[in-house]
Design a protein around this ligand. Structure first.
Ligand code: G6Q
Length: 545
């Protein structure tokens, strides 16, 4: 018999945290460090090639103990076991959530509905590897007999952000004589610019869509087919220039793509958790099957750490608990993700979907309102660029913005002193945010009195430092899995369904209604609100209708 889980704010640890926050929440990091000279080493963890220094978070040992107690009282252990077992924890869509199976090593077994899904995963990975190797070697020929040199991934949301982010992150490991482009937006500019300088005879389109019905992706895919056939003329060319990544064989066939050139995945892979499924085909072509397997291995190392490590030494769990503390007890409404690695420039955008689509929810799994704040807003840019723009607000603004710094000890491109400068900057930023610059310190420098308030930094701005040796495919896998499991952990604590996305649907439905109203020859009766009606009329008039 398991004890039923109480609503979040009635759990004893939550109540204790509320009382604790009233005092501990205002403790200054200067005091916490002064009182414990070993804090920096003590509050640092290492797993799957990532070092996580959380000593500059505004927590005491008591805070951490209460947060860990909250994890226990929230049924986190059972939640983790249920996910790894393949239970249908996506309750509103009645689906299992098994992205961990995508990176389980060959020979492992996870059985869903009587099928060993790990064996299926490796079947698809082998097919992808074979295809990727042929494209990379120039053996996959286009319709005119010329080898494919350009790969254009067409997809959106989860079928785009992961592939783009991974391509950019691992570009150093990519085959440089291949060109990669990513088309997602239904805005024709995206397609037009992506294909402007490409030769259709050497171009392969990967149509990546779980459902193969997404309006933007199917519109771009049809435009791509027209674009290719305008040069290649023969409809037979589609078979050599289009492959699909999907769960929907019927729609793939209906589009005209041979299902022999379809790479499948399953309904237990959520879009935003799919970059390591066949959705990663472009990544595999770019970096090759061996590097792709190293990426999967990095994911798996973090999965195993998350599944087995005690919560007090569990990196995703701690990251989640600290995030929850900042969000729900210190009132921070956002998290800045600040990679000091140019190759990770799309990582914040990728994380925005992972975190906010997963945990931007207002009701619990049984449909009752959540009474605390759920997902914070994630945003960010690579350092050092951000230092010359929005960091001002983080240092001296009125809002509390916890930061996740991400840095690498060794550079991919050792160029003069660049990397030492980069590292010096990231370490200095975390230090400055935590300790600030007191009025006394500013005065001691002989600053005129009127300028002192402007040059004073309050400090006590929390941050975590994620440090790895060097950005490799395996490290990227570990990093993504870390955030995936941190998001999952917070979802369990808030008791929300982190794996559905009903909020995305409404806009899609309304767009379907407006489209014929924009396109009709004569103005149709408009039944929207007065603002939408007037805007439709204006677009029609100015567009020449
Ligand atoms: C992700 C979401 C969403 C989805 C896109 C694309 O978790 O479900 O971003 O990935 O809407 O969907 P398709 O892959 O079905 O085209």
């Amino acid at each position: 018999m398991t004890t039923p889980i109480a609503p979040l704010t009635e759990r004893p640890a939550w109540k204790a945290l509320e009382a604790h926050a009233a005092t501990a929440g205002s403790l200054h990091l200067r005091t916490l460090f002064a009182d414990d000279p070993g804090r920096g080493e003590r509050l640092t963890l290492e797993a799957a090639g990532l070092v996580f220094d959380y000593s500059k978070q505004r927590v005491t040992d008591e805070t951490l103990a209460l947060l860990l107690q909250l994890a226990d009282e929230s049924g986190l252990r059972q939640g983790i076991d249920a996910m790894f077992r393949g239970d249908r924890i996506n309750v509103t869509e009645r689906r299992s959530v098994l992205h961990v199976a995508l990176r389980a090593p060959r020979g492992h077994s996870i059985v869903v509905d009587g099928e060993d899904v790990v064996a299926q995963v490796h079947g698809v990975l082998d097919k992808m590897a074979d295809f990727a190797a042929r494209v990379r070697a120039g053996e996959w020929k286009g319709h005119t007999g010329r080898p494919i040199r350009n790969i254009v991934n067409i997809g959106i949301g989860g079928s785009d952000l992961g592939p783009v982010m991974a391509y950019e992150a691992l570009r150093h490991y990519s085959q440089r004589d291949l060109t990669f482009r990513f088309v997602s937006n239904v805005d024709g500019t995206d397609f037009a610019e992506a294909t402007l300088d490409l030769d259709a005879a050497e171009t392969l389109f990967i149509v990546a869509s779980k459902t193969f019905t997404t309006q933007e992706t199917m519109t771009n895919a049809r435009t791509a087919r027209d674009w290719a056939l305008a040069t290649l003329k023969d409809p037979e060319a589609v078979a050599r220039h289009f492959v699909a990544v999907s769960t929907n064989a019927a729609e793939v066939s209906a589009f005209g793509i041979d299902t022999a050139n379809m790479f499948g995945f399953w309904d237990w892979v959520g879009g935003r958790y799919s970059m390591d499924s066949a959705i990663g085909l472009s990544t595999m072509i770019a970096i090759g099957p061996d590097h792709f397997r190293a990426l999967l291995d990095g994911f798996h190392q973090m999965d195993e750490h998350f599944r087995t490590a005690p919560f007090a030494r569990n990196l995703p769990v701690l990251m989640a608990l600290l995030g929850l503390w900042n969000n729900d007890f210190l009132g921070a409404g956002s998290v800045a993700v600040l990679p000091y690695e140019q190759y990770l420039k799309r990582f914040p955008a990728y994380l925005q979907q992972l975190t906010m689509e997963s945990n931007g929810k207002q009701v619990t799994r049984d449909g009752t309102p959540v009474v605390v704040q759920t997902s914070p807003i994630y945003w960010g840019e690579p350092g050092t660029n951000g230092q010359h723009s929005f960091y001002q607000l983080i240092h001296q603004g009125t809002r509390l913005v916890p930061c996740d710094f991400i840095a690498f000890v060794r550079p991919i491109h050792p160029l003069g002193r660049h990397h030492d400068l980069l590292l010096a900057n990231v370490l200095a930023q975390a230090e400055a945010l935590a300790f600030g610059r007191t009025r006394t310190e500013v005065e001691a420098e002989g600053t005129p009195a009127w300028l002192v308030p402007h040059r004073t930094f309050p400090g006590n701005r929390p941050s975590s430092m994620l440090l790895a040796d060097r950005l490799t495919p395996a490290v990227l896998g570990g990093l993504v899995a870390l955030y995936e499991h941190s998001v999952f952990t917070q979802g369990v604590l808030w008791d929300i369904d982190s794996f559905d996305q009903w909020g995305v649907q409404l806009g899609k439905v309304l767009a379907e209604r407006i489209l014929p109203e924009l396109e009709a020859r004569d103005e149709p009766p408009l039944g929207h609100d007065s603002s939408t009606n007037a805007l439709i009329r204006r677009c029609r008039t100015l567009g020449g209708k």
